[in-house]
Structures are given as structure tokens and as C-alpha cells.
Design a binder for this molecule. Structure first.
Ligand code: AMP
Ligand code: MG
Length: 375
């Protein structure tokens, strides 16, 4: 949501009954019990969605349904189970708690209550709450359009035969799904061949069409890794970061052209997705004023992690229920092995300089963004 939102109306908008029964005047039913019932004259019925036809007078009661509006004069409701009805009269068999079955106007939400702050996420329940408080619409951020360029001569989409030397294009699908799940509107361009002019042209087009650009592949320092040169030549300020002291995803590139962020991801499927999740996501969320809501999950480490202390490591983990706790099972392997991430629920960060995290220790795992699908 792009604005602070306050309630336009009291919820509920009138004093109402929380049970099926009889609207009464509470002083009429004090002390009523099975032994000493209080007899009241039934003087009408409250209908849903309608005000009472008249005021309730002493010695009288009105039928009232759950959610019905209390008539003027009434200040209590007796549950139908605590009454005995006969020919125009009702006997109240229990007068205790008569006021408890009345919900005050505004008991849920008061007009003017703060319901959302700009940057908050509108969950299904939040949408219901805003509608319930009178909002027919609120202003929201437009989803940032993110151009997605995937490069690599070796890549073949699933559904087509693989020839010798070719591999499946993983990132077109995984990055598209991740971007969508993060709240962006990704646009996938045709695959870019490993030629500098091809990337230059595709990048210019994506930059023109989008609020941000994500490039997969060619971000390293190989002979055919054109992303750094293409981003540098595309405008100012250009490349801001090239190379991150973290694993996976060391050769990641971050840039800005004009006011548009550029995220250059390594082609290895695990690196690409982990870096989009950890470096890319906060950048993209800022485009829509959304705070990063990833809440860490505390879990016990199932096995020792032992990695090179010279880098920060992001270790994919799978949550496995273990009695009342969850354990985090590290999924180890290379950044080319999609299995490592394919079964992961979250990432555990091993800070630079640490290297070892003992089995059994408690860790904060950052859940991966759940997929929002491809369309
Ligand atoms: P690159 O970053 O282009 O040097 O690619 C690094 C490694 O990731 C190479 O082994 C590529 O074949 C592989 N790779 C690059 N792009 C993709 C992709 N979209 N899907 C799967 N693997 C990829
Ligand atoms: Mg490549």
C-alpha cells in the first residue's frame, strides 16, 4: 500500500447482539434463574440489516438474531438457551452476564484507527479489514517492471531436445518465478547469445522498457562475460559493485543507469537465485516502497557447517520437523547443483571469519521467497 490508511467507519457500525436470543433491559432480569424466572412480554422481532421498529420498554423483550441491532432502550441480550418461550411471553431462566452478549459500536475498529502504514503488505486479511472499515479502494504502488535477460549459447529451454554440450536453461524460469513472488512484474526477453553487440542491444531495450534490469550469466571475468562492459557502457553511474565477498555468487554485479538499478547475476543456478534473493530483493523492494518482511526462523542445525572463513557463506537449508522443534539440514554442494537449492526452505548466513557452525547450535534461517507462479 502506498499510503497510511485509517478506518473510515466504526466496526461494527452499531451496537449489536453476539448471540441469538432476546434483547432486554438488564435491570429487568437481575436475579433471574430457573427457580425464579423473570417473565417478559415479547414486543417484536429485530430483523437482520434493519433497525428496530421502536424502543424497548421495561418489562418487554424483542427477538434478536446474532448480529442484530439492539433497539433503543435495550442494554442486554439473553441467549435463547436461557429462556422458555410461550404465547407472546418469554421466561428468562438465567440473567447473569446479560451485558456480555452486546458488542459495542466500534468494538472491533474505531473510525480513525491506523490500519496500515505506507509500505505495508496487503494480505488477504488486511484487504478484508480495510473493506470492513469502509474503504472502496486504497492507493498502492505499481509493481516495478523488471526486465530479465538470460544469456548463454549453451542454454536450451525445456521441451526442446538437448544436443551435445547444451544444458537446460534453469534461470529463465527460477528468476522469473522469484521476481514475481517478490512482488515485481518481470518481463523475460528472448535468450541473449554470447556476443557483446547482442547483449548491448538487448540490455538497451530492457532498460528502456523497465524500472530495473536483471541479467543472468556473463557477470564474471571470462572472455565471453560481457555484462560488466555492457553495463559500464550503457550510461552513468554504471557499475557500482563487481564482485562480492560471499559464496555462492561471488561474481555478482550491481549497477545503476540513470535511476534504474541493474543486477548482474552469475549464471550458476544456485548463485543466481541466492544473490537475487539476498542482494537483489532489498533493492527491488525499495522500488515499490516495500520493507523487506523476511522474518528469520530459529532452528537447530542438523549437521556441522565447515566452510572457508575468508568469505561470507549463504548455506541453503531444509527444515525438518524434529519433535516440537525444527532442525535446519544444510544442503551442501556446488553452486551449479540445483538440487542444493531445489529442496531448500531457507538460507543460513555464515559471516565472514566464522567458517564453522556446530551441529546442534541454534541458527536464524532466512526463508526463501515463496513462488508466486509464472503468470
Ligand atoms: P556464466 O555466468 O554465464 O559464466 O555461467 C556460469 C555457469 O552457469 C555455466 O556453467 C553456465 O552454463 C551456467 N548457466 C548460465 N546460465 C544458465 C541458465 N540460465 N540456466 C542454467 N545454467 C546456466
Ligand atoms: Mg555464460
Amino acid at each position: 500500500v502506498a499510503q497510511d490508511v485509517v478506518a473510515l467507519e466504526d466496526v461494527p457500525p452499531f451496537e449489536r447482539s453476539s448471540v441469538d436470543g432476546f434483547a432486554v433491559i438488564s435491570s429487568d432480569v437481575i436475579g433471574a434463574s430457573t427457580q425464579t424466572p423473570v417473565r417478559l412480554t415479547i414486543s417484536g422481532e429485530i430483523l437482520m440489516g434493519k433497525p428496530a421498529s421502536g424502543a424497548l420498554r421495561p418489562g418487554h423483550a424483542m427477538h434478536i438474531p446474532t448480529g442484530g441491532a439492539l433497539p433503543t432502550g435495550a442494554d442486554g441480550v439473553i441467549k435463547v438457551e436461557d429462556t422458555r418461550e410461550s404465547e407472546g411471553h418469554v421466561e428468562v431462566l438465567d440473567g447473569r452476564g446479560v451485558r456480555d452478549h452486546v458488542t459495542a459500536r466500534g468494538a472491533d475498529v474505531h473510525r480513525g484507527d491506523a490500519l496500515r502504514k505506507a509500505g505495508d503488505v496487503l494480505t488477504a486479511a488486511a484487504l478484508g479489514m480495510l473493506a470492513g472499515a469502509g474503504h472502496a479502494g486504497v492507493s498502492v504502488y505499481k509493481k516495478p517492471v523488471v526486465g530479465l535477460l538470460v544469456s548463454g549459447d549453451e542454454l536450451v529451454e525445456p521441451g526442446r531436445p538437448l544436443r551435445d554440450g547444451e544444458i537446460r536453461d534453469t534461470n529463465s524460469i527460477s528468476l522469473l518465478a522469484a521476481l514475481r513472488a517478490m512482488g515485481c512484474a518481470p518481463h523475460l526477453y528472448p535468450r541473449v547469445v554470447d556476443r557483446r553487440e547482442a547483449l548491448t542491444r538487448a540490455f538497451a531495450q530492457a532498460l528502456h522498457d523497465s524500472d530495473a534490469v536483471v541479467v543472468s550469466g556473463g557477470s564474471s571475468v571470462g572472455e565471453r562475460d560481457y555484462t560488466p562492459a555492457v553495463v559500464a557502457a550503457a550510461g552513468t553511474p554504471g557499475v557500482i559493485v563487481h564482485g562480492v565477498r560471499a559464496k555462492p555468487g561471488r561474481p555478482t554485479l550491481l549497477g545503476v543507469i540513470g535511476d534504474k538499478p541493474v543486477i548482474g547475476l552469475p549464471g550458476n543456478p544456485v548463485s543466481a537465485l541466492v544473490m537475487l534473493e539476498t542482494l537483489g530483493k532489498p533493492i527491488l523492494l525499495r522500488l515499490l516502497g516495500k520493507r523487506d518482511e523476511t522474518v528469520p526462523v530459529r532452528a537447530r542445525l542438523a549437521h556441522t557447517i565447515d566452510v572457508h572463513p575468508g568469505l561470507e557463506h549463504r548455506i541453503p537449508v531444509q527444515f525438518v520437523k524434529d519433535g516440537d522443534d525444527f532442525t535446519a539440514v544444510p544442503l551442501l554442494g556446488t553452486s551449479a547443483q540445483m538440487r542444493v537449492l531445489g529442496f531448500a526452505d531457507a538460507l543460513v548466513i555464515v559471516p565472514e571469519g566464522m567458517g564453522i557452525m556446530e551441529a546442534g547450535s541454534w541458527v536464524d534461517a532466512l526463508p526463501l521467497t515463496r513462488s508466486g507462479g509464472l503468470r
